[in-house]
Design a protein around this ligand. Structure first.
Ligand SMILES: Nc1ncnc2c1ncn2[C@@H]1O[C@H](COP(=O)(O)OP(=O)(O)OP(=O)(O)O)[C@@H](O)[C@H]1O
Length: 294
């Protein structure tokens, strides 16, 4: 189930005074099963890019291939594609409209042609997988907290059994605890279903913790496409794009400059902790005498 973007450009309002070249010659290959982060400054083109992945917008030039087939061929079934490449928009909770949670999540699969019974089975599975409790299935979506609403919205797309799930800032507007819970659940989902996850995020800490591949978009182009570790080693270039590496990367660079033999490219707090302890131990540091070793 690979997606390929070939020489994609996209221009809003072409030929007018408001013309904006949102994407410029994008080439991208997304094989099965990866957990990918997409990061970039506001207005860099992330949303425009992901809408190409499920043929919601048609490129100005270039082609989008799904399993090798051009999705903009006249006879291509783009409706089917959209159920296989599920897209959860920013603030999806604004799109809940049924009277109860279960019916809301059933809407997508029923729209795809499933019976209510089949749809309910998929909906329940999806809701439980995103950590939504069964006792709340009959509640009105309007009674729910922000985090619960987001779960319902994600389950609504998941219930259609997508092969690829794209989430545009799924944690926007949540507090840190709600944010971690949702991201942990998305990560679990990736493991349990083995589907491709594409996570658009503004948080370097979040992508560093979860994704295996990080795509950095800058002014409509792909600036980096690599492991988070490799991308963050270019932190000075990221800064020039209005981005930054995770704070821990800066701390590790500072420690290295002070003479501690740490790996400056650690990207998560856990990785950094282990590496600092190792370096302190190797240096025979008195700091470890308090029994603080792992
Ligand atoms: N419907 C639209 N009409 C005209 N211009 C648009 C439209 N949507 C986006 N743009 C412009 O295209 C460029 C890319 O926008 P896009 O929304 O893809 O960026 P983004 O990286 O997703 O931003 P954000 O992080 O704020 O969501 C920006 O200059 C934006 O102003």
């Amino acid at each position: 189930m690979s997606i390929e973007l070939k020489n994609i450009t996209y221009t809003y309002s072409p030929g007018t005074a408001y013309e904006i070249h949102a994407l410029k010659d994008i080439n991208l290959e997304i094989p099965d099963g990866q957990f990918i982060g997409v990061i970039g400054h506001t207005g860099s083109g992330k949303s425009t890019l992901i809408q190409h992945l499920n043929a919601l917008i048609r490129p100005t030039s270039g082609s989008v291939l799904y399993n090798g087939e051009d999705v903009w061929e006249e006879k291509y079934d783009r409706r089917k594609l959209r159920s296989q490449v599920g897209l959860v928009f920013q603030y999806p909770e604004h799109q809940l409209f049924e009277s109860d949670v279960l019916s809301d999540v059933c809407f997508g699969p029923m729209n795809q042609g499933m019976s209510r019974e089949e749809a309910e089975a998929e909906a329940k599975k999806a809701l439980l997988q995103v950590g939504f409790k069964e006792k709340n299935f009959s509640k009105s979506p309007f009674e729910l907290s922000g985090g619960q609403k987001k779960r319902v919205a994600i389950a609504g797309v998941l219930a259609m059994n997508p092969k690829i799930l794209i989430l545009d800032e799924p944690t926007a507007g949540l507090d840190p605890k709600g944010r971690d819970e949702i991201l942990d659940q998305i990560s679990e989902l990736h493991k349990a279903r083995g589907i491709t996850i594409i996570l658009v995020s503004h948080s370097m800490e979040d992508v560093a913790k979860y994704v295996e591949r990080l795509i950095v978009v800058n002014r409509g182009q792909i600036a980096f496409d690599d492991t988070p570790r490799e991308v963050f080693s270019h932190y000075q270039e990221l800064e020039a794009m209005g981005l930054a590496a995770p704070q821990i990367t800066y701390i590790m660079h500072a420690l290295k400059q002070k003479g501690l033999k740490v790996d400056p490219n650690a990207t998560t707090v856990e990785e950094a902790r282990d590496d600092i302890l190792r370096a302190l131990k190797e240096a025979g540091s008195p700091l470890l005498k308090g029994g603080n070793e792992k």
